[in-house]
Design a binder for this molecule. Structure first.
Ligand code: 13P
Ligand code: SF4
Length: 390
C-alpha cells in the first residue's frame, strides 16, 4: 500500500514532515506532572519578549491558550500571523496546516514553530496532492476542466493550496466560504467549483448561502475509480465536493438535536458549518468558531444554548458565561485529538529551546509551493468584505 492510500498514519509513528500525518516528537519533554510548568512557560516567554509571538486557535487546551498573545479562528490567525513582521519566532498553538499557512504569510526571516509535530488534521489528510491531480485530469477528460475553479478550505496541506493558486483558485475558511464561492463563480462563465477537502462546509455553503440545490452537488470519492462519478455527472454538477470531513464535527447528530429540544424547550442550537447538512438544517445558527463566540457573548442572560463544535471551546464558553445555560451537542466527550497534542509540556519544551538558541519543530514550506499557495491565500485575504455571517 502506498502512503497516498493510507487514510492516516498512527500518530507518533514515523516521520512525514510534509504532511498532516503523525510524526515523532524529538527531544526530552518536561513531565506533565511538573508543578513548575506554568512558571517555566512564563519565564521563557518573558525572556523572549518581543522576539516571540504566540498564536492560539480556539480549540486549544486552557493550559496552552493562557499563553497565547492572540486567539482566533483560522481566518483571524492567518491575518494575525501576517501582521507581526517584527516577531522572529511565531509559535503556533494549533495544527500543522495552520502553521504552514503562517509560514507562507510571514517573511522568510520569521520562523514558525509547531510545539508538537503530531498535531496534524485528519480532514486535511483526506486530500493528497496526487489524488487531487487525478481528479483534475478526470475533469479534463470530461471536458469541464476549463470551467472548474478550485476552492480549498484552509484545513488543507500547503501543496493543495498551491494547486488552487496555480489553477486560478482560492483558499477559504469557515468564516468566509460564502464570499469565496461568490468570487469563484465570478471567475468564469458557467463556473463549476471543486471544493476541497470538507464536503460538509462545501455543501452547507452552496445550499444554504448560494442558492444551489442538493442535486447541484456531487461528491468526488478519491478512493473510487473516477471519483465514483460519470462524465455526465461531472458535466451536470455545479459543485464538486471532495469526500472529506472533520472527525470531530462529523460526530454531532440530528437525533441529539431532537432530544435536546424536548429536554430544554426554547433551546438555541448553534453549530459549526463542518457539521453534516442534516445537523445544520436542524440548527438555529451556523458559523465559524469566531461567530460562535460572538453569538454567545451577545446572547441574553438566562438563554439556553447547545453548541456543536470542539469541546475545549464549548467548555471555555460555558465557564465564561455562567449567566447562560450552555450544553455540548454530543452525548460523549469530543475533543480534537490532534489539537490536543499541543499541551503545556510541548509548549515549555519549544519555548525553552528557543531561549537556549535552538529552533525546534520549525515548519517550512518549500519556495515553489509557497509561491503558488500564497497566490490562493492572498486571493482570500483580498476578498471583498467579510462573510455575511460575521
Ligand atoms: P475555524 O477556525 O475556521 O472555525 O475552523 C475550525 C476548525 O476545524 C479548525 O481546525
Ligand atoms: Fe481537523 Fe476537525 Fe481537528 Fe479542525 S477540529 S483540526 S478540522 S480534525
Amino acid at each position: 500500500m502506498s502512503i497516498v492510500d493510507l487514510p492516516l498514519l498512527p500518530l507518533g509513528k514515523g516521520r512525514d514532515l510534509d504532511a498532516e500525518r503523525g510524526v515523532e516528537c524529538p527531544g526530552d519533554l518536561p513531565a506533565a506532572s511538573d508543578p513548575g510548568l506554568v512558571e517555566r512557560a512564563r519565564a521563557a516567554k518573558a525572556a523572549l519578549g518581543e522576539r516571540l509571538f504566540v498564536l492560539g486557535h480556539h480549540y486549544q487546551r486552557d493550559e496552552v491558550i493562557q499563553f497565547a498573545d492572540v486567539t482566533g479562528d483560522s481566518f483571524k490567525l492567518a491575518r494575525d500571523a501576517a501582521g507581526r513582521p517584527a516577531a522572529e519566532f511565531i509559535v503556533f498553538c494549533g495544527v500543522h496546516f495552520m502553521a504552514e499557512s503562517a509560514d507562507i504569510l510571514t517573511s522568510p526571516t520569521q520562523r514558525v514553530i509547531l510545539p508538537d509535530l503530531a498535531a496534524g488534521c485528519s480532514m486535511a489528510d483526506m486530500a493528497r496532492l496526487r489524488q487531487v491531480e487525478d481528479a483534475w485530469d478526470a475533469m479534463a477528460d470530461a471536458g469541464i476542466q476549463d470551467s472548474v475553479v478550485p476552492v480549498t478550505y484552509m484545513n488543507s496541506s500547503a501543496d493543495i493550496k498551491a494547486f488552487c493558486g496555480r489553477n486560478g483558485g482560492v483558499v477559504c475558511t469557515s468564516s468566509n466560504a460564502d464570499v469565496a464561492l461568490e468570487w469563484a463563480q465570478e471567475q468564469r462563465p458557467g463556473a463549476k467549483i471543486l471544493f476541497l477537502p470538507d464536503q460538509h462546509l462545501g455543501r452547507n455553503t452552496a445550499v444554504l448561502k448560494m442558492g444551489m440545490s442538493l442535486e447541484d452537488c456531487v461528491v468526488w470519492d478519491p478512493q473510487q475509480p473516477g471519483g465514483g462519478l460519470s462524465a455526465e455527472e461531472l458535466q451536470d454538477a455545479r459543485m464538486i465536493l471532495w469526500k472529506g470531513h472533520c472527525s470531530v464535527h462529523g460526530r454531532f447528530s440530528a437525533d441529539v438535536v431532537d432530544e435536546l429540544r424536548i429536554k430544554h424547550p426554547g433551546i438555541n442550537i448553534l453549530v459549526h458549518p463542518e457539521c453534516t447538512h442534516e445537523v445544520v438544517l436542524k440548527a438555529d445558527l451556523v458559523g465559524s468558531t469566531e461567530f460562535i463566540i460572538k453569538t454567545i457573548e451577545a446572547a441574553e442572560p438566562g438563554t439556553v444554548w447547545a453548541i456543536g463544535t470542539e469541546l475545549n471551546l464549548v467548555q471555555r464558553l460555558k465557564d465564561a458565561h455562567p449567566d447562560k445555560t450552555i450544553v455540548f451537542l454530543d452525548r460523549n466527550v469530543c475533543y480534537c485529538s490532534t489539537m490536543n497534542r499541543i499541551d503545556l509540556p510541548h509548549l515549555v519544551w519549544a519555548l525553552e529551546n528557543l531561549v537556549a538558541g535552538t529552533v525546534v519543530n520549525q515548519i517550512t514550506v518549500d519556495p515553489e509551493t509557497e509561491a503558488d499557495a500564497l497566490l490562493a491565500l492572498q486571493r482570500m485575504l483580498d476578498l471583498p468584505g467579510k462573510s455575511h455571517r460575521d
